[in-house]
Ligand binder design. Structure first.
Ligand SMILES: [Zn+2]
Length: 64
């Protein structure tokens, strides 16, 4: 049994609900960015959050 089966991808067409930035937790608005890292799409409130998150991920990957 794995948790990988749980896939709930909310529709991002409407901005009906607030999405929190994966890096700093701020609300992602229309200026936000999203990045696909591995199979997961993450959302960020700003570009610097995105690059910080990507950098962290890269370092994690290289450190393994
Ligand atoms: Zn941010």
């Amino acid at each position: 049994m794995t948790v990988d089966d749980v896939e709930c991808e909310p529709s991002l067409d409407g901005t009906e609900f607030a999405i929190a930035s994966a890096e700093c937790g701020n609300t992602v608005d229309t200026e936000g960015e999203s990045a696909r890292i591995d199979e997961t799409v993450s959302h960020f409130c700003c570009g610097s959050c995105r690059s910080r998150f990507e950098e962290q991920y890269k370092r994690l990957e290289e450190g393994m």
